[in-house]
Design a protein around this ligand. Structure first.
Ligand SMILES: *[C@@H]1O[C@H](CO)[C@@H](O)[C@H](O)[C@H]1NC(C)=O
Ligand SMILES: *[C@@H]1O[C@H](CO)[C@@H](O)[C@H](O)[C@H]1NC(C)=O
Ligand SMILES: *[C@@H]1O[C@H](CO)[C@@H](O)[C@H](O)[C@H]1NC(C)=O
Ligand SMILES: *[C@@H]1O[C@H](CO)[C@@H](O)[C@H](O)[C@H]1NC(C)=O
Length: 329
């Protein structure tokens, strides 16, 4: 009941409801053949192997969880969830992974490790796109977030272009731009706000938010949606000119635990990216931020549902299962 109430805004005009009714069967059809049990026969230990690899890697480097989660998001937003993000550049082609926003996606080795073990256990069976989807779920569950069954059966793509990474939502986006970027992938308002909660894990370098700290606009030196104390805190972390290479800020107060602190920080004016804080400033998304801040269980359920939806974006039924995730067969 509660979720339904949340999903349906109070003021939905009849025309929108009609459009929704027309679109829903299409969405159901395009989900195609992804299946929770896809590998049950061919590789029953697949998920166990991936989980072990993620847990082991996280023990050596706690940042791995945030990076795996971000990897899934980046992969699905460009060309759909087809592991195009994992392909290496080749002579004459600069791949997505070498595009400008690559700095945070440094957990490719974890996927490669899982892939090597999976090839040993059941060669040519588990696609790299499915490994990324499962590893993202494991990153969430092992840091205290929800568990969900991952639909599987994606095939791997053969094309990856750095130039297409401009189509990722930028940290400077306002809510109108965010809504549009998500809508282009069949994701709605609720998905936008729930998936932004992935910032409960993770860290940002100064370059992604320092436009908010000085000379912000012709009328404001700093971003007026920011808590002034938070402005001071971030300025101290991002000194100029003598800044360490790793200078920056964690995206919420509990960056190694998957929880709803991110939304509480937005309400306090302490969102790190402009695109985070905008979710609270804009009336279209504020009610969702407030609901998730109030009720972590609700956030967990909606996050899991939105991750399943994200995993369907552009999933390919036809294609190959790469032998190595960095190169096409
Ligand atoms: C565990 O992770 C470390 C660091 O990434 C790696 O060197 C090692 O091979 C991994 N061990 C297993 C069993 O996966
Ligand atoms: C990130 O992209 C830059 C070019 O934009 C490239 O020089 C660099 O090697 C890439 N880094 C990684 C870790 O892929
Ligand atoms: C959002 O940003 C776009 C592009 O910069 C701009 O045209 C639009 O007016 C902005 N919308 C809002 C509501 O601020
Ligand atoms: C502030 O921004 C304006 C307009 O973009 C620019 O002309 C000016 O040089 C900037 N000032 C500083 C101190 O960076």
């Amino acid at each position: 009941m509660r979720i339904m109430a949340l999903l349906v805004p109070k003021v939905l005009p009849p025309r929108v409801i009609l459009v929704l009714q027309l679109l829903l069967p299409m969405a159901a059809l395009s989900k195609a053949s992804l299946d929770v049990h896809y590998y049950d026969q061919a590789c029953s230990r697949a998920e166990e192997i991936i989980l072990e690899t993620v847990e082991n890697a996280t023990r050596y480097d706690p940042k791995v969880s945030a990076r795996l989660l971000r990897m899934f998001f980046h992969d699905c937003f460009i060309r759909g969830c087809d592991a195009s993000l994992l392909l290496d550049s080749t002579p004459g082609n600069k791949a997505e992974k070498d595009g400008p926003p690559n700095i945070s996606v440094r957990a490719f080795y974890v996927i490669d490790e899982a892939k090597a073990k999976l090839e040993a256990a059941c060669a040519g069976t588990i696609s790299c796109a499915d490994i990324v989807a499962i590893a993202a779920r494991d990153a969430v569950t092992t840091t205290g977030g929800p568990y969900w069954e991952v639909l599987k059966g994606r095939k791997d793509g053969r094309v990856s272009r750095a130039s297409e990474t401009v189509n990722l939502p930028a940290p400077t986006f306002n809510v109108t731009q965010l809504i549009q970027s998500f809508a282009e992938r069949g994701l709605g308002l609720k998905d936008l706000v729930a998936l932004s909660g992935a910032h409960t894990l993770g860290f940002s370098h100064c370059s992604s938010f320092e436009v908010r700290l000085s000379n912000f606009s012709s009328t404001h030196d700093t971003d007026p949606s920011m808590n002034p104390l938070f402005v001071e805190e971030l300025r101290k972390k991002c000194p100029k000119p003598n800044r360490g290479r790793n200078a920056g800020q964690f995206l919420d107060g509990t960056s190694s635990a998957f929880d709803n602190d991110y939304y509480k920080k937005l309400i306090a004016g302490k969102g790190v990216f402009g695109s985070d804080q905008a979710l609270f400033s804009d009336y279209r998304t504020r009610w969702l931020v407030e609901s998730f801040a109030k009720d972590q269980g609700l956030f967990f359920r909606e996050f899991a549902a939105s991750m399943v939806k994200l995993g369907n974006v552009g999933a390919k039924e036809i294609g190959e299962v790469r032998k190595k995730c960095g190169i096409v067969n």
